[in-house]
Every structure is written in structure tokens, then in C-alpha cells.
Design a protein around this ligand. Structure first.
Ligand SMILES: *[C@@H]1O[C@H](CO)[C@@H](O)[C@H](O)[C@H]1NC(C)=O
Ligand SMILES: *[C@@H]1O[C@H](CO)[C@@H](O)[C@H](O)[C@H]1NC(C)=O
Ligand SMILES: *[C@@H]1O[C@H](CO)[C@@H](O)[C@H](O)[C@H]1NC(C)=O
Ligand SMILES: *[C@@H]1O[C@H](CO)[C@@H](O)[C@H](O)[C@H]1NC(C)=O
Length: 373
């Protein structure tokens, strides 16, 4: 090697690095399966198929991230359920394909819906995500006679007691101020609906407890429950309403049920600890596809396996409402969103890993400081 070789190589390397400046999306849309992704392709607003970027560690079903030609908007598809969600998001972060330090993350998926809080076709924005089935469980036939449900927290001895230990992912809280702004953008959308969906909602509006479940589609602010198990029925619904209250100190009420969000949030939170992203830039948008429990006069299995007239409108509404959020952030990028929306509320997990004191659970285990400086 001549004495000039090393400087020359360094110079070339830095040139190469400049040439491949990382794509830095302003908004990254997170979908869970192909139907949710497809509503974002072939749309008038932007072309997410202008760049397909294969990322090692993505699902074999969804190997590529998709981006506009300038890379300002991208979309990934995780695959369904918690393990796929955590694996894909982790792969995206540690592949370092993207610079995500100023990216807004829009989780955009369909979900089951609690008819006490909102209706099929509606689009919701969550503050709390609660992993409701991270608990002990008895089969229905072996539930102790004094228990109202077969689920009770790990390390406890009965339903209604706080967990004896926490795994940290039981509850996540996201930026409420950003959530309010996102819901404001979404409210400018005209939502899709169908006659069949309207007819099903009418069945729910017969019950006073389900007045909101029978109302026309709208934008709602309410929380989301994560579980790999796709549960259904009145009693499990009530059981997980109780769990949500218990795990969030009474602050959360779940209106949507899905199989990924706590896993996505856990992977994002771990990335945030290493400054790969900003945890205050996460929006959890879930549209309501199907009711999590039957209407009066209907049995549980018919509700679960019968026609799902909310499915198509809820998919269409992910794009109709979501694109307003994407455009809202892009339009005010320089004046507002580039620098971020400072949260007023605690954000993060049960352990307080990002710093601050959670308003739920046993409190920070890091003395209110971040787990990593
Ligand atoms: C990206 O993939 C889609 C199919 O998933 C294809 O239609 C599109 O042409 C691809 N884009 C490019 C730039 O190759
Ligand atoms: C799941 O995430 C939500 C926030 O999105 C959080 O409130 C909830 O505690 C999490 N649940 C678990 C079990 O991790
Ligand atoms: C909902 O979308 C379908 C499919 O694009 C369309 O035929 C229908 O007219 C839309 N309905 C409303 C109320 O927007
Ligand atoms: C939910 O909690 C309430 C109040 O503690 C209790 O009466 C009810 O039985 C619980 N429901 C289920 C299904 O666990």
C-alpha cells in the first residue's frame, strides 16, 4: 500500500457514503397484511410503488418496503400477529436502510370493535395499547366458580388484581397531542360506508349500551387491545375491558382489538432507546371492521363467522382518513412537523424505559431517567 492509498480509500468511501444518502421518509405507513397495503397502491395522491426496497428480515410474504420516488412516504407490511410485527419492525430499524430519526409512523390497520365505544367503518386513534392476553388463562370449563373470567394477570391469584410481575409490554402510551392532530386531519375525510354495514349497525343500536356501536362511521379517540388470540364474544370483551382498565390505572378504554400493536410499539421503543427514531412520532390508527361481540338476539359464532359488511369500508377508510394525516404532516412539515410535536403526556412502556414516570403500572424502574442516556 503506498502512503497515498489509505487517504484515497477513505476519500472514496466517504464519496460512496454521500452517494447513497439514506432514504429519510417523512411518513412511514405500517400495515399488517396485503388488503391493508393494497388500499395505498394505485391512489391519486402518491405512488408508493415507485421504489421497492427489499429488506433482510422482512416477512417472506411481504419482503419489500415501498416508497415514493423521492422517498418521503414509505409503506411496510409486517405480516399478522405479534411475532411478525415485532420481527419486521426490528428488521427495518437495524437494517439501517432508512434514516427514521424524524419519521412519523402511521400504524394503519383494521380491527375488531367494541360496540360500547364505536361502530364498524369508523376510524380510531389510540393513546394506550394494551396487551390484554399477556395473562394466565383457564379453559372456560375449569374456571374457579368465584371467577367472572378465565383470564387473570400473571403473578396474581384472581381477576381484578394487578400483575405480580410485568414484562414491560403490557401497556404502551403514545403522544396524545399528535393523536389529537392526526384525528383532526382524519375528520376532514369523507368516509366510505355500505348499505349492509348500515343494516348491521342498526342491529346494535337496539341496545342502549351499544348506542355508539350503532352510530354512523366517524373518527373516534379510544384505545386498542393487542392479542395474538382473535377472541370474540360478550364475556371475553368484558373481561378485556376490565384488563384494560386495570393495566392503565383506569385511564384506558379499549375500542379496537388487533394482533400487532404492542409488538410494533415494543420494537419501535427499543429502536428509540438507541436514537434510531423518535417515539413521540407514532400514530396508531385502527379502523373498525367487525364487532368483537354479538348484537342482541345474535349468538357468538354467527357474529364471528357470519358476513362482515364492515370489512371493505374499513379498508377503504384506512386510505381515505390516513391520506389526510399523511398530507397534513407533509403540508406543515417545515412550519411544524419537522421539529416534532412535544408530548404533554407520558410516552413509552410500563418500565419507563424512555424516561419519565408512566401514569399506569408500578412506576419507572429506572428512577424516571431513560434506560440509556
Ligand atoms: C414494485 O412492485 C410492484 C409489484 O408489487 C410493481 O407493480 C412495481 O412496478 C414495482 N416498482 C418498480 C419500480 O419496480
Ligand atoms: C400495548 O401497547 C399499548 C399502547 O399502544 C399500551 O398502552 C399497552 O400497555 C401495551 N400493552 C402491553 C401488554 O404491552
Ligand atoms: C364506498 O366504496 C365503494 C367502492 O369503491 C363505492 O362503490 C361506494 O359508492 C362507496 N360508498 C360511499 C358511501 O362512499
Ligand atoms: C369486570 O369487572 C366487574 C367489576 O369488577 C365485574 O363485576 C365483572 O364480573 C367483570 N367481568 C368479567 C367478564 O370479568
Amino acid at each position: 500500500m503506498t502512503r497515498y492509498a489509505l487517504p484515497l480509500i477513505l476519500c472514496l468511501l466517504s464519496g460512496v457514503r454521500l452517494a447513497v444518502a439514506l432514504t429519510a421518509p417523512k411518513v412511514l405507513i405500517i400495515t399488517m397484511f396485503d388488503f391493508e397495503a393494497n388500499v395505498w397502491f394505485g391512489i391519486p395522491e402518491f405512488n408508493l410503488l415507485a421504489q421497492n426496497i427489499t429488506i433482510p428480515g422482512f416477512s417472506p410474504l411481504y419482503p419489500d418496503a415501498h416508497c415514493t420516488s423521492d422517498g418521503t412516504v414509505c409503506l411496510v407490511t409486517t405480516g399478522q400477529a405479534e411475532i411478525n410485527a415485532a420481527s419486521t419492525i426490528a428488521a427495518m430499524l437495524y437494517s439501517r436502510v432508512f434514516d427514521l430519526t424524524s419519521t412519523y409512523f402511521l400504524v394503519a390497520g383494521i380491527s375488531g370493535v367494541n360496540p360500547k365505544l364505536t361502530s364498524i367503518g369508523s376510524v380510531t386513534f389510540a393513546r394506550y395499547a394494551v396487551q390484554v392476553t399477556l395473562q394466565y388463562e383457564f379453559d372456560a370449563r375449569e374456571i374457579p366458580s368465584q371467577f367472572p373470567t378465565g383470564y387473570f394477570p400473571q403473578g396474581s391469584s384472581a381477576p381484578g388484581q394487578l400483575p405480580g410481575w410485568w414484562d414491560g409490554t403490557e401497556v404502551f402510551e403514545v403522544n396524545d397531542k399528535l393523536r389529537q392532530l392526526a384525528a383532526g386531519f382524519a375528520k376532514t375525510a369523507t368516509l366510505n360506508d355500505s348499505l349492509d354495514a348500515r343494516n348491521l349497525r342498526a342491529q346494535y343500536s337496539q341496545a342502549p349500551a351499544f348506542a355508539l356501536g350503532g352510530a354512523p362511521p366517524g373518527i373516534a379517540l379510544c384505545d386498542t387491545a393487542t392479542s395474538d388470540t382473535y377472541w370474540s364474544g360478550t364475556l371475553l370483551g368484558e373481561s378485556f375491558e376490565n384488563t384494560t382498565k386495570l393495566f392503565t390505572n383506569g385511564l384506558g378504554s379499549y375500542c379496537t382489538t388487533q394482533q400487532e400493536d404492542n409488538a410494533t410499539l415494543q420494537a419501535l421503543m427499543r429502536g428509540a432507546l438507541f436514537h434510531l427514531l423518535d417515539f413521540s412520532r407514532i400514530i396508531i390508527m385502527r379502523s373498525a371492521s367487525d364487532y368483537d361481540r354479538p348484537h342482541p338476539g345474535q349468538d357468538g359464532i354467527t357474529n364471528l363467522l357470519g358476513p362482515a359488511p364492515g370489512f371493505t369500508p374499513s379498508l377503504l377508510n384506512l386510505h381515505l382518513a390516513g391520506v389526510k394525516v399523511v398530507q397534513g404532516i407533509m403540508n406543515e412539515w417545515n412550519s411544524r412537523y419537522a421539529k416534532g410535536i412535544k408530548p404533554d403526556n407520558y410516552i413509552g412502556d410500563v418500565f419507563g424505559s424512555l424516561g419519565g414516570n408512566p401514569d399506569f403500572g408500578p412506576g419507572s424502574i429506572f428512577g424516571g431517567k431513560p434506560a440509556r442516556p
